[in-house]
Write a protein that binds this ligand. Sequence first.
Ligand SMILES: Cc1ncc(COP(=O)(O)O)c(C=O)c1O
Length: 382
Amino acid sequence: MQSTKSSESSLLPLAPAYDSILELAPYQTGKPVEELTREYGISDVVKLASNENPLGCSPQVTLAITEQLGQLARYPDGNGYYLKQALADFNDIDIERITLGNGSNDLLDILARSFVGSDDAIVYSQYAFVVYSMLAKMQGATGIEVPAQRYGHDLKAMSQAVLDNPNTKMVFIANPNNPTGTQLKQDELHQFVAGLPPSVLVVLDEAYIEYSPDSNNRALLDTYDNVVIVRTFSKAYGLAGLRVGYALSSARVAELLNRIRQPFNVSRVGLAAAEAALGDQDFIANSRESNKEQMRWLEKQFDALGLGFVKSHANFIMVEIEVEMEDVSAITVNKALLEQGVIVRPLIAYGLKNWLRITVGVAEDNLRLIDTLRSILLDDQV
Ligand SMILES: Cc1ncc(COP(=O)(O)O)c(C=O)c1O
């Protein structure tokens, strides 16, 4: 899928930098509640589509935001000193090894733009977070998708793919993975990193780490300069609307990323909110506990409905809609759920057409989901 500009497309007016940009489909976000209300006239909507924290965020955040409201005319601290200092303490790492992002997606983008050119390749797994393949296309690079193993990363095959493609510059790994919820064993991941050339940057995307502390591979940064860990305040910290993420890396990599990022890529409100959120680890522990309890409940309900699912280590779960009824599929079930005010995420874009990804909500949301799903499947309302 090597993609530079073909002579044909370079003749077009306003041709993009690379032909592969023409293959890009815009990232499909979870349907916003407001959109469903507008389209279907339903006001009582449950959104279980974007892996947001159903408990909201720490009350400390509201306080921190309020303090910033009188300062909105002033630019934020472009270096995000206080947030970085708090992150340095929290992660036991030097402050110059941290880069802040406008959400972790911003960092994934900055990483690709900093390191990957059109002669390079990016390796990622089938069913891994869709943004990785999009970044390869954006950079006009070769995207190498390695077949998954039981819906998770096949590290041996990924290692082989890197060796087979000496132009590999970057490997993306989501751990736990979105949308499958799978998690890698720490020793396997360490072995994988140890076997790669030091010129290949391994980006570990730990967006869901707070729900699965076993996925924390911070220790790798003590040994390998070619590892970057990317995290976000959008999920367990409950700040998706504010857009704050961060990367931990070697000081050299951070220095390069800081050349590429926009000068004020995290807002004044975002910086203050993230710092306050990080300071409230009780909120995170409660969120993790609630998620675990509700995940167990959901698993039991899916079993009772005869629906298959992949064991998840995050705050969402992938459920298989494979029923022996004519005209019933993940697509029709998704539509019926929307009509009844429940938003989940179909996974067609991932090549998982029989599956829906469902964010774990609070008890009330989950009950509504299961009741609606049961009525759709048993009463055949599709
Ligand atoms: C694995 C993974 N990485 C990164 C992101 C990006 O999140 P944000 O830009 O809100 O930090 C997401 C969001 O869904 C995700 O699932």
